[in-house]
Design a protein around this ligand. Structure first.
Ligand SMILES: C[S@@+](CC[C@H](N)C(=O)[O-])C[C@H]1O[C@@H](n2cnc3c(N)ncnc32)[C@H](O)[C@@H]1O
Length: 285
């Protein structure tokens, strides 16, 4: 099996793979601890872990518990995971269109006691649901419809094995991003990729969690950025190029660098929204 480059093993809304060159160009060369506290698929974490001078320590976190459970299982129980995913993949791919759809909805409705089975279910749904979205209803139940891909790669052994090896040095948490900053030092580096401030009503995709991520949340995040800045910890943040976000950082009474970059949304319910959009990158260095 060929070793793959470090990359996300999941599809994730707002995934940063195509913005990576911009992010890597801005990442400091020497990093003691790298924090990705709203990591989603963790594209930047995998890229940094795979570079010639990786960070000494890596902390990944997301408020999505099952997502972070999947990181733990990929890191600690790879062989079992590969075996179980192979079984689900063979079963699913052997079916015709209607049976695949039935299989999907049965899997979606199943409840599992065992952590590994919950993660297999999560990865299966991620690869076979509509656009790789993650959306839950008010009761916290995953409610994305079936995606009808011809040949979805439910088991990508190369990507999962590389991710497992790279995550070996990662500390994995699930919770609120602000809880991670209790102990940091000067050469630490933080990358924030919050749910975007929507540019239009149709481009809104802020409901990764019940509760969403509204403007009050964007203000709280800015205050954490100020806190890190006052403690001389470098941060980089991306968001949509919305005047509200720009104004938040322009008005922070700190010397933040704000630049605009072109990005392409990979997951968006609005087809027109898949064209290029502007994002902003904010940093304190
Ligand atoms: C734009 S996505 C990150 C995409 C990621 N950079 C990637 O490459 O896939 C935003 C993430 O923030 C997480 N999130 C939302 N609120 C959070 C909070 N209060 N604390 C931690 N994570 C949060 C969501 O679960 C989601 O995974």
């Amino acid at each position: 099996m060929a070793d793959k480059t470090g990359q996300p093993f999941l599809k994730w809304a707002g995934g940063k793979r195509q913005l990576l060159p911009e992010l890597l160009a801005r990442a400091p060369m020497k990093i003691s601890t790298f924090y990705e506290p709203m990591c989603g698929g963790a594209a930047l974490t995998f890229a940094l872990l795979d570079r010639e001078s990786p960070p000494d320590r890596v902390v990944v976190n997301d408020s999505n518990v099952t997502l972070m459970d999947s990181f733990i299982v990929v890191r600690d129980r790879l062989d079992e995971l590969l075996e179980k995913l192979a079984v689900v993949e063979t079963s699913y791919l052997s079916l015709g269109e209607t049976d695949r759809s039935n299989f999907y909805y049965e899997q979606r409705a199943s409840e599992h006691e065992e952590l590994i089975d919950r993660v297999v279910q999560f990865l299966f749904l991620n690869k076979t649901c509509f656009n790789g979205l993650y959306r839950v209803n008010k009761k916290g139940e995953f409610n994305v419809p079936h995606g009808r891909y011809k040949n979805p790669k439910i088991l990508n052994e190369g990507v999962l094995s590389t991710a497992s090896r790279l995550l070996n040095r990662a500390e994995i948490f699930s919770g609120d991003y602000a809880e991670r900053f209790t102990n940091f030092s000067k050469n630490d580096f933080v990358y924030f990729d919050p749910p975007f401030e929507p540019l239009s009503v149709t481009s809104s995709f802020t409901s990764y969690n019940p509760g969403g991520f509204g403007r009050i949340e964007q203000i709280r995040l800015r205050s954490i950025c100020d806190f890190l800045t006052d403690h001389e910890v470098k941060f980089l943040l991306s968001n949509s190029a919305h005047d509200y976000i720009r104004g938040l950082f322009d008005g922070a009474l700190r010397d933040y660098a704000i630049s605009e970059v072109d990005a392409r949304r990979s997951i968006n319910s609005d087809k027109a929204g898949r064209s290029k959009i502007k994002e902003i990158l904010v940093s304190n260095y």
